[in-house]
Design a binder for this molecule. Structure first.
Ligand code: ATP
Ligand code: MG
Length: 448
């Protein structure tokens, strides 16, 4: 992508309304623009990150055996009356009336709708188990939308739903999502720790929040340090096999959010040197709630004895748009973002220090073509801006590698390669730089 074609409205000044790094950087780097309280337009740079996160989430859901679908954003109030949540949900729900006077709402979540969908299509225990998911925008009229995409009103969520015949099978589905989440966040470069959590308005008794540690997080969390080093399930994990040992391994150590925290138990079960009391960002939340929706909404299947029983259900959310902010909180410095390769908007930036100079242009164009041909996503700064401005902009948007080429380099036959994560620089021959960078990108994207 040529920067002259792209739309990258970077800001020089720090926006005063932004209190945390990710919010500031997303605005400054031209990733998004606020269009209302807690409502954001995703500009091209931010949208690329959002799509990559979404794709990792999708791949790991698919690997775990979940099946993708898409439900609408707008729902009918009557559906929510069946579960009893229409009144219970309160002011967080955005209520709408259509031209016929029918009460509608912008979905804050989809338990009711998915229950309605499966009760129409599932008849027998033989139709179970099933795991369905979608990645769709939600609206919650949060009291205090803040911190940019971290707590928005309109936000993108992956929500999956499990359907099982009995409690035991339901817990197996829960374990699949538990294991899938460990992989999902790790692939993005994040350590998300599953913590005992309250079930809140979704209901049920088995629930974990997946939390990444960050000083700017909204929840106070308490956990055993050893959880951070715990290896996550490998690519070849059999998701149809028994995953209980994986779940047991993670839940054996203390980890709880403040609502569920028990200080006495924490002190008793975790040695002092292993205790972490920190702040965290909730990036995922899983629940097993049995028949909470299937019973009132009469989503039943016949067992082998022919008797109807309500389906056992769970729901499993990932904050896809929140993760963009969460990743920046985890990976940035004073100059800007420092994207991990798996989610970066482009793998590399190519900086032409003297656009308009025939020889420099020619060298850059050649490397640009080579990189694109090798499948490297490259943002080519072909603008006439001054070098200082170009360097600052590249650091701000935080691509993992910067390839810098100017008239002096062309003369000596070298490009300068800078690694954004630690600022390390090296000179690489112009005719070798594209293959060198493409190998670095390829290696960084291998994930087992
Ligand atoms: P929180 O209390 O952290 O706002 P929640 O418990 O209300 O979240 P869930 O219903 O569990 O949210 O939703 C699943 C996931 O969706 C959360 O783990 C979070 O990552 C994301 N999420 C929830 N609310 C928002 C929001 N207002 N803005 C962005 N992401 C959100
Ligand atoms: Mg939650």
């Amino acid at each position: 992508m040529r920067l002259t074609k792209f739309y990258l409205p970077v800001m020089k000044e720090t926006p005063s309304e932004a209190q945390i790094a990710s919010h500031r950087l997303m605005l400054r780097a031209g990733m998004m623009r606020q269009e209302g309280a807690g409502i954001y337009a995703w500009l091209p740079l931010g949208f690329r990150v959002l799509k990559k996160i979404e794709q990792i989430v999708r791949e790991e859901q698919d690997r775990a055996g979940a099946v993708e679908m898409l439900m609408p954003t707008i729902q009918q109030a009557d559906l929510w009356r069946e579960s009893g949540r229409y009144d219970a949900y309160g002011k967080e729900m955005l209520r709408i009336e259509d031209r016929g006077g029918r009460e509608m709402l912008f979905g804050p979540t989809n338990e009711e709708m998915i229950t309605e969908i499966v009760r129409a299509g599932m008849r027998s225990y033989k139709d179970l188990p099933k795991l369905l998911y979608h990645i769709q925008w939600k609206f919650r009229d949060e009291v205090r939308p803040r911190f940019g995409v971290m707590c928005g009103r309109e936000f993108l969520m992956k929500d999956a739903y499990s359907f099982d015949f009995d409690d035991e099978s339901g817990r197996r589905s829960y374990n699949k999502m538990f294991a899938a989440y460990l992989r999902t966040f790790e692939r993005m470069g994040l350590k998300a720790i599953p913590m005992r959590a309250e079930t809140g308005p979704i209901g049920g008794d088995l629930s974990h929040e997946f939390i990444i540690l960050a000083d700017t997080g909204e929840s106070a969390v308490f956990c055993d340090k050893r959880l951070i080093e715990m290896p996550v399930p490998q690519k070849d994990t059999d998701f149809d096999g028994d995953l209980q040992s994986i779940v047991d391994q993670f839940t054996a150590h203390y980890a709880a959010t403040d609502e569920m925290h028990d200080e006495a138990e924490f002190e008793k079960t975790v040695e002092e040197e292993n205790r972490i009391a920190a702040r965290g960002i909730e990036v995922g939340h899983i629940f097993f709630f049995g028949t909470k929706y299937s019973k009132p909404m009469k989503a039943m299947v016949a067992g082998s004895d022919g008797k109807d029983v309500p389906i056992q259900m769970g729901s499993y959310g990932v904050g896809v748009s929140r993760l963009v902010g969460g990743l920046i909180e985890a990976f940035h410095d004073d100059d800007g973002c420092k994207w991990p390769m798996a989610v970066t908007p482009f793998h590399a930036g190519l900086v032409n220090l003297k656009a308009g100079d025939a020889e420099t242009d020619e060298a850059c164009e050649k490397i640009y073509r080579e990189l694109e041909a090798a499948g490297v996503e490259v943002l080519y700064d072909d603008t006439p801006a001054r070098p200082g401005e170009k360097f600052a902009r590249m650091d701000l948007i935080g691509l993992p590698y910067q390839i810098v080429i100017g008239p002096r380099g062309v003369k000596s036959g070298n490009a300068e390669l800078k690694r954004r994560s630690d600022g390390e620089r090296e000179d690489i021959a112009l005719d070798a730089v594209a293959s060198h960078v493409s190998a670095l990108v390829r290696d960084a994207l291998v994930y087992d």
